[in-house]
Write a new protein. Structure first.
Length: 324
């Protein structure tokens, strides 16, 4: 079956993988180390590359198969054809190179590893210690969501630190202008009885003005990113840089996810605290920016920092609407 990722075990490996009429890509992984909100790259890959079948095996619960094929690290991807391993890679980024091996027919003397496969249990005779339906449920499948909606495109590449930074800079410049107009002219000017954005305030009026500026600035920043990213995955800066935010399924994130992803832009609300509040908010935002940049650079595979993981999404290269 194409378009889905089949979960196999030591007991079902020979039937599903070695007996497959199509080339079969198998992901060997340790389910205990998988982050729940990580994007399922293999499922997205399977939906697009329907010229082969895909399977997944947990090395912790099916160690015999992993030892048979000398899998020592996870994840590892093995491509099988006619019961033989034709290629091996250890990262999702190398899968296109792995698929290139399908263009060449296997040599007649290519080693077939079916004889080394784990022995299959004989279920022809019923066993009294097992439920009647036991043999019928040795394998589970991930639902074929592509049958319920248009076939999604493969997830595009993630955005680099530099491109992200330019997009954020554009957004913050625009927000700075709007914030200056709303807070500096309308609100603070009206509160202090001034006619413009340039004024000098002292005492209690200065404290009140600072608190209003902090609250409105935080609300404006968070509302801007939250609303636009939950609408089509793009802010103005991201649109100009051809970036978009997607959730784990490649769709536009929800409002909650967008707010969680950008919660750090509202750290400036600490400015409601007189004297030191503004400094605290600025330092908190600076720390957030630094840790985000480091996280993106360290995650070579997914380009995700703590704010992406907190929200369960990521930033990729591509136009709006591609994940709808």
């Amino acid at each position: 079956m194409t378009g889905v990722v089949r979960v196999v075990t030591d007991a079902t490996f020979a039937d599903v993988v070695l007996g497959s009429a199509l080339p079969c890509l198998v992901e060997f992984r340790d389910d205990a180390t998988v982050v729940v909100d990580d994007i399922d790259w293999l499922t997205s890959f399977a939906r697009v590359n329907r010229e082969l079948s895909c399977a997944r095996l947990d090395v912790a619960t099916s160690p015999h198969t992993a030892r048979t094929y000398q899998v020592s690290t996870v994840p590892t991807y093995l491509l099988f054809r006619l019961g033989a391993v034709v290629s091996t890679v250890d990262s999702i980024e190398e899968l296109p190179m792995l698929l290139a091996t399908l263009a060449d027919p296997p040599a007649e003397d290519a080693p077939r590893l079916a004889d080394q496969a784990p022995a299959r249990p004989d279920h022809t005779e019923p066993r009294p210690d097992r439920p009647k339906h036991f043999e019928e449920n040795l394998m589970t499948e991930i639902p074929d969501y592509a049958a319920e909606a248009a076939q999604p495109a493969a997830l595009p590449p993630v955005a680099s630190v530099g491109v992200r930074a330019v997009a954020r800079l554009i957004d913050f410049v625009l927000l700075g202008v709007v914030n200056a107009i709303i807070v500096g002219v309308v609100v603070v000017g009206a509160l202090l009885g001034q006619s413009g954005g340039m004024f000098v305030a002292t005492g209690a009026s200065s404290i009140v003005a600072g608190a209003i500026s902090a609250v409105l600035g935080a609300a404006l920043n968070l509302g801007y990113f939250g609303f636009l990213e939950s609408r089509d995955g793009q802010t103005i800066g991201k649109t100009l840089m051809k970036l978009r935010v997607v959730d784990a399924s490649g769709n536009v994130p929800t409002l909650e996810q967008a707010l969680r992803r950008n919660i750090w832009v509202a750290f400036g609300i600490a400015g409601v605290v007189p004297i030191i509040g503004g400094l605290i908010g600025s330092l908190a935002q600076l720390a957030a920016v630094i840790t985000i940049a480091i996280g993106i650079a360290d995650d070579k595979r997914g380009g995700r920092a703590w704010h992406d993981r907190f929200a369960g999404d990521t930033l990729v290269v591509g136009p709006a609407g591609a994940g709808r």
